[in-house]
Design a protein around this ligand. Sequence first.
Ligand code: SDX
Length: 428
Amino acid sequence: MSNKAKLIIGDNSYEFPLIKGTENEVAINVKTLRGATNGVITIDPGYKNTGSCESAITFLDGEKGILRYRGYSIEELANKADFLEVSYALIFGDLPNNEQLAKFKEDIKENSLVDDDVRKILEAFPKNAHPMGVLSSLTSALTAFNPAFVNISSEEDMYNAVVRILGKFPILVGWTMRKKKGLHLNYGSKSLSYVENLMYLMFKHPNEDFQMNPIIKRALDKLLILHADHEQNCSTSTVRIVGSSHAGLFASLSAGISALWGPLHGGANQAVLEMLEAIKADGGDTKKYMAKAKDKNDPFRLMGFGHRVYKNFDPRAKIIKAAADEVLNDLGIDDPILEIARGLEKEALNDPYFVDRKLYPNVDFYSGIIYRAMGIPVEMFTVMFALGRLPGWIAQWKEMRLKNEPIGRPRQIYTGENLRPFTELENR
Ligand code: SDX
């Protein structure tokens, strides 16, 4: 194949170089397009056909249902690694050896405290505030308590900012949940592993000894790994574009949390459970909701189905579905919601509307069933997604900043009024 693309506009012909990635993906490099064509640009709402960057972090093939972090398959990582090993690989490029992992875990523990004044910000929120709004605010507030980590200009600065946010974020997650449940705010313990500490922060009650449940611990570790990165999705693109203005890491992450909140993105895991609950309350009438999802006049969508990139099974959904069976079985929970989910999936996978549009269950379809079995409130589901996605956001932000990418500033095609005279108020 030629390494150039030819574009013909009117009587003029232009050539643009092709870029080929390590998995043989091909892009037309249009960096010189506007200058070469005297102002012609491309336009692609939702960027369905447009790449924003070259990245070495995550590869996914939507047609084949493949997902790899730094070349490692998601199946192997989910079954053989722990969340901090995967976080290290995403952020620094390779799975850590024993010494690197031990130092990483120790440095994170050394940063697992939050300035007590952060409580005052949390206390100002009403108890019914959505946890994603609280988490986004507290994350942005970390900038004020860690001013030295706004302008990151070296690998050492970057490492110190990484272990800081990885150490503090689980406390923000735990405090956000405890605020919702009316529990006092606590700290974890350095004697616990990362996920054990998260569970302690979330579930420890003041009047009882904390019992570590190994089933929940393993399932939580796996869920965090499965959410850790997903190339240039909406929230990651947000983190990148905010960071491209040289805003600090914590401010960029706060923006990413807000983008993830939307029900078309990470907020879907909460929307799935609410949908399944509605179907259950409606007598389990899945056919009625399938009809609603297919009705163009009905804004209802089958939450947890469809994906911008996966036109095959989301590999993460396969793993989470198996984990949901295992966790509910091991915990001895018989949740009718799981049966409704299975019934909905079976119907959709045999329905021409979904099959023709290649709409399969995505990462959000089964994850909420596990979170619920763990006793996590439904409004906290997307917070759990944000904790999982944290290393991916960090890795993508670091790659963008260390490559000194230009500030993100898309063009547009103007379709408004042409020049017209100002009309005095009395004449309008
Ligand atoms: C995540 O990008 C990522 O990587 C995201 C993510 C990550 O890890 O970061 O994977 C996490 O966000 C997963 C997606 C979670 N969202 C949901 O589950 C919400 C429900 N899904 C949809 O809203 C939708 O599928 C999207 C938003 C996920 C994708 O939308 P697209 O790519 O813009 O597709 P589209 O809206 O153009 O839909 C194509 C067709 C349309 O029908 P036609 O106009 O062709 O007739 O499919 C239909 C849509 O109406 N369609 C659905 C549907 N999803 C798409 N119809 C019913 N139910 C659905 N869920």
